[in-house]
Each structure stands twice: as structure tokens, then as C-alpha cells.
Design a protein around this ligand. Structure first.
Ligand code: 5GP
Length: 190
């Protein structure tokens, strides 16, 4: 049976995983290669960092975030290291599937609201590799090790929630693998 573009409900694809595992690069490659997929732009109350790409987030102050949150304006939201992060409720007129780059606590909320979402945990091949990538990006060894501990906790939570784990040891292969997982998910749920 053909897919009717007027009635099809967009799917949500969630990408979680530790900083340094390559989520951001993968997310951009996925949307560039797929015009039926749009990258959601989160709101955050954190300060802009010098390594943020121009359209990384909508940067707002805490009060503006709380106002939108209290109006029910977020699909999911979380507080991480003292800052708010949230996914705005998607535009219902946009027929594209939506890619979210969020943490596992956010993924849990998405699954509660939209149980047929595809949740992927992008991981580095091992912890040593992860520490190396984080230090290379400017973290101190202590910060990197703290993130690795947090990654371990998130990995366990993701597994319980039924996330699929994707090891990013080669960017092109990882993007191809996720593209095929999204294709399969669309065939089953689209
Ligand atoms: P960062 O400050 O390094 O950009 O992001 C910190 C963490 O917040 C990352 O794990 C990132 O995936 C997560 N994050 C970014 N946007 C959102 C969002 O809208 N919702 C949730 N729950 N987490 C987010």
C-alpha cells in the first residue's frame, strides 16, 4: 500500500550518547543526506560556547525557558549541569521525520509520549578512546573521566529503555548504518 503524505505522522529519531562520541557530526551528515529528515533545534539556558556551530541551539535565559516549559511548549526537557535543555513541540505542518540530539533522560520522555520513536545510543569504541577524544577537544583529564562515568550510567539506562547501541569507530560507516536503521524503522512504522 502506498504511503499517503497527507496522513503520515512524522517519526522521531533520537540520538543520544556521550560527548565525544560524534553525535553532532553524525546528526548533520544524516540530515544532509536525507531530505525527509529535519534536525530539531533545542532551546537551552546555557551560555554559548566558542565551539558551538552557529545554529546549535536557541539560546535563552532561564525565565524564558521556564515560561515556555510551563506552557507545555516542549516535547521533552531536562536540566543538565545546571542548565535547561528542551525540544520544542514539532511544527505539525512539517511532514519530515525529526532527528533529536538529546540525552537519555530526554529520550525516556520521548518514548513515553511517542513510543514508536527510534532511539539510538552512539558510543565510542571504548572508554580510553572517549577520554582521548574529549581531551583532544579541550576537556581536562578529570572532566573527561567524569564524563566517562556519566556515559557509563547513561549506557545502562539506554539499554533498559530499549535503545539500539551504535559504535562510532568510522564516521562514514556509522552514518550508513544509522541511515539503514532509519529506513528499516520507516518501513515498519511509516
Ligand atoms: P551541550 O551543552 O554539550 O551542548 O549538551 C549537553 C547535553 O545536553 C548533551 O548530552 C546533549 O545531547 C543534551 N541535549 C541537548 N539538547 C537537548 C534537549 O533538547 N533535550 C535534552 N533532554 N537534552 C539535550
Amino acid at each position: 500500500m502506498g504511503e499517503n503524505p497527507d496522513t503520515r505522522t512524522p517519526l522521531v529519531v533520537v540520538l543520544s550518547g556521550p560527548g565525544g562520541a560524534g553525535k553532532g557530526t553524525i546528526a548533520r551528515a544524516l540530515v544532509e543526506g536525507d531530505d525527509r529528515l529535519a534536525l530539531s533545534r533545542s532551546w537551552t539556558s546555557r551560555e554559548r560556547r566558542i565551539d558551538d556551530v552557529a545554529d546549535a541551539y536557541v539560546f535563552v535565559d532561564r525565565a524564558t525557558f521556564e515560561e515556555r516549559r510551563d506552557e507545555g511548549g516542549f516535547l521533552e526537557w531536562n536540566e543538565f549541569l545546571g542548565c535547561f535543555y528542551g525540544t520544542p513541540i514539532p511544527d505539525i505542518d512539517d511532514p519530515r521525520d525529526l532527528l533529536l540530539e538529546i540525552d537519555v533522560a530526554g529520550g525516556r520522555q520521548v518514548l513515553e509520549r511517542l513510543p514508536n520513536s527510534l532511539c539510538l545510543f552512539v558510543d565510542a569504541p571504548d572508554d580510553e578512546e572517549l577520554v582521548g577524544r574529549l581531551v583532544g577537544r579541550g576537556d581536562s583529564v578529570e572532566q573527561a573521566e567524569a564524563r566517562v562515568r556519566e556515559a557509563k550510567r547513561e549506557r545502562g539506562e539506554a539499554e533498559q529503555l530499549g535503545y539500539l547501541r551504535v559504535i562510532n569507530d568510522d564516521l562514514d560507516e556509522t552514518v550508513a548504518r544509522i541511515t539503514s536503521l532509519i529506513g528499516e524503522h520507516r518501513r515498519l512504522n511509516g
